[in-house]
Design a protein around this ligand. Sequence first.
Ligand SMILES: NC(=O)c1ccc[n+]([C@@H]2O[C@H](COP(=O)([O-])OP(=O)(O)OC[C@H]3O[C@@H](n4cnc5c(N)ncnc54)[C@H](O)[C@@H]3O)[C@@H](O)[C@H]2O)c1
Length: 424
Amino acid sequence: MPLLTGLMQRFSKERPFDGLTIAACLHLTAETAVLVRVLRAGGASVSLAASNPLSTQDDIAAALAVRYGIAVFARAGVDRRTYYRHIELALAGTSNGAGQAGHPSQAGHPSQAGELNQPSQSGPDLVIDDGGDLVNTLHTQAAALLPGVKGGCESTTSGVLRLRRMAAEGALAFPMIAASDTATKRMVDNTSGTGQSVIDGILRATNTLLAGKTVVVAGFGASGRGVAERARGFGAQVIVTEVDPVRALDASLHGFRVLPMAEAAPVGEVFITATGSVDVIATEHIAVMRDGAILANAGHFDVEIDVRALAGFAASVHRDVRPHVDAYDLGDGRTLLLLAEGRVVNLVAAEGHPPEVMDLAFGIEALALAWLAGNAGKLPAGVHEVPPDIDAEAAGLVLATVGTSIDALTPAQLSYRESWRIGS
Ligand SMILES: NC(=O)c1ccc[n+]([C@@H]2O[C@H](COP(=O)([O-])OP(=O)(O)OC[C@H]3O[C@@H](n4cnc5c(N)ncnc54)[C@H](O)[C@@H]3O)[C@@H](O)[C@H]2O)c1
């Protein structure tokens, strides 16, 4: 992760987070561990909770706690109550240095929190969220901490949508930067990263052959487009479902067959949702699906496939017929295969995005957070875009690390671009 490694060196000199506490709620993966170390190098005390109970890599959580003294509150497979309890603890607890955390088996265990971490009286100065659960918990369960929060970053589209809804109601108490909305992040993370790793998750879970199969991708946004293109690259016949006519036209012009889900449901063999919406695969679709159909979700929350409806249909459910595959026997000769319990398949059944992707995504977040720290108090509460020069800087740094150089506008091109006098 050359961008983050470079930022670690730069931040250790510039110390943009000196004296600040940062509470983060992110998928607890190796790449996240590198981001946390960058923030620490910049002078921050960091506490970390998981943004999804199934994506936590326990060995990484333990390493962060034991080796780097980060206050980690996460363990794979915890129930919903513990998941939110961990977020509350991350909001309350920050670590003051290496060596305070305990044995790997204790990492992230709520009952150890008092021993492992120095509780912060005022809560975090900055936050990083992935999906909005930390910001939501701050406002609903820990509102006393709100006055101390200077702002934060949100990492994914679904989280930004939640923030915009909060801001529209006047409920968002501090500035949040929509890190997931930058052009570079959407291109590299949502499209290339999700495209590849979602297919990776499905293949690891099922070992199915995609060539010749009919794959239905719901949503042709930044993520769905990547998934559809990669599935086509494997030789699948790809159908796209959409609710937005512009995106549907875009899919059609890219050579995909566009159908309503009701028509795609009886013909699809693999279904992948990537919409950020709810009940995209619902009762009426499940009712007509083919035997052996595979259902996977790429969206942030486990709401896109109506798992409750699926369970309602099933005569019996066979859990973990392979890792991360549950077989729903519908009792009429059909069995549907649900991957990762309907949660984000690339993070549960595979390892999420490759490090190169997270290098850029987290590099943008680290730069944006440093910018926010330097401008604390100047931005009003609400959702803000990442300053375009940060986006360009991150893209330029990545190009530089892979040895790619690009042209620069000549003075004549610059003046041509800025002039309205020159025509044909
Ligand atoms: N798995 C990952 O690693 C990963 C990475 C990035 C984003 N995400 C998540 O993926 C989801 C999509 O993100 P995005 O950036 O592509 O969003 P986006 O807004 O760019 O695209 C979503 C698309 O889904 C369409 N849509 C909405 N409801 C629909 C429905 N009922 N049927 C069909 N299409 C529908 C929208 O019109 C839009 O075109 C979000 O939940 C986001 O948080 C996941």
